[in-house]
Design a protein around this ligand. Structure first.
Ligand code: C2E
Ligand code: MG
Ligand code: MG
Ligand code: MG
Length: 293
């Protein structure tokens, strides 16, 4: 139909572009409102020991947005828009503040959760205020730096912006630890791994997904574990869904596992019930390190 006149395909294309642009603008407006109206919530997904039964290593905070008309909007849809329209600073502050409030509450009530992981966008690391905001958030809630893990992506390591390095350094000096999320899917080379103070590696779930069907995925999975261990990093496998994946990862010696097999991300009350129903205890502090020879 775009062929009926010479300009048809162009008109079709720009019409499509318009629709995408309009969607972005309305998402942007809706997000600004959502921050005001508290439409965002955090769900928490447990990260469990791969080596011992019923030990919890920590939880990952994941943003949820329930819009009155749009319904549940997944972060994969709104996070990129927030990054583009300059809303990510506010959104990440919101997440940090709510995650720390929740963690402090769990601590006060003796809920066994050793640490909380928060996803931080690469773009947040360009904000010269980031490390100070983190420090003040911990302080306000009476948390220790090692109560918090920041999950970053490989793009942070590739960002030449000097503010990024300054933030990373300040965060390291403070004692807040960095986790490299979605490891194995980005563009960075292995040589970046030892340039930055990475505490933890999260093997991307695409490798875990293919464990049952692909010998290459199995080889890459165990290789990433060995690389991480030889650099004294914790290694987390995410996206664990099946008993077969669990068995393979446990046999390889993965210290920390995360995925629907154990639990989906849950509202805080449901997570507390899940922990007590399954008799979880905190993983001992040094249990997630390199496996014994
Ligand atoms: P991520 O940080 O890699 O988070 C893991 C994603 O995998 C989450 O999706 C989680 O719900 C999902 N997941 C957990 N277990 C399984 C499983 O067994 N199988 C499968 N297929 N998926 C599983 P979610 O919550 O939709 O988040 C998607 C991405 O959005 C996150 O990926 C993260 O990059 C981003 N995101 C989520 N919350 C935040 C946030 O607070 N701030 C920032 N900057 N990004 C966020
Ligand atoms: Mg993450
Ligand atoms: Mg991930
Ligand atoms: Mg991610």
């Amino acid at each position: 139909r775009a062929k009926s006149d010479g300009g048809g395909s162009v008109r079709f294309f720009s019409g499509d572009m318009n629709r995408v642009a309009q969607e972005r603008v309305s998402l942007e407006t809706a997000m600004r409102e959502a921050l005001q109206l508290d439409q965002f919530t955090l769900h928490y997904q447990p990260q469990v020991s791969g080596r011992a039964e019923r030990e919890i290593y920590g939880v990952e905070a994941l943003l949820r947005w329930e819009h009155p008309e749009l319904g549940n909007v997944p972060p994969a849809r709104f996070v990129p828009v927030a990054e583009e329209c300059g809303l990510m600073a506010d959104l990440s502050l919101w997440v940090l503040e709510h995650a720390c409030t929740q963690m402090a509450d769990w601590r006060r009530r003796g809920i066994p959760i050793p640490r909380i992981a928060v996803n931080v966008s690469a773009i947040n690391f360009r904000d010269p205020d980031l490390s100070l905001q983190i420090a003040s958030c911990l302080d306000v809630h009476g948390l220790k730096p090692d109560d918090l893990i920041l999950e970053i992506t490989e793009s942070v390591m590739l960002d030449p912006n000097p503010d990024v390095l300054e933030n990373i350094e300040a965060i390291y000096v403070m004692g807040v630890r960095l986790s490299l999320d979605d490891f194995g899917t980005g563009y960075s080379s292995l040589s970046h791994l030892h340039r930055l103070p990475i505490y933890e590696l999260k093997l991307d779930q695409s490798f875990v997904r293919d464990i049952d069907s692909s010998a290459i995925a199995r080889t890459l999975t165990s290789s990433v574990l060995r690389i991480g261990e030889s650099l004294s990093m914790k290694v987390v496998a995410e996206g664990v869904e099946t008993d077969a994946q669990h068995a393979f990862l446990a046999e390889q010696g993965f210290p920390v596992l995360q995925g629907y097999l154990f639990s989906a991300p849950l509202p805080p009350g449901d997570l507390e019930q899940w922990l007590s129903r399954n008799d979880y205890v905190e993983m001992p502090a040094d249990a997630a390190g390199a496996s014994p020879p």
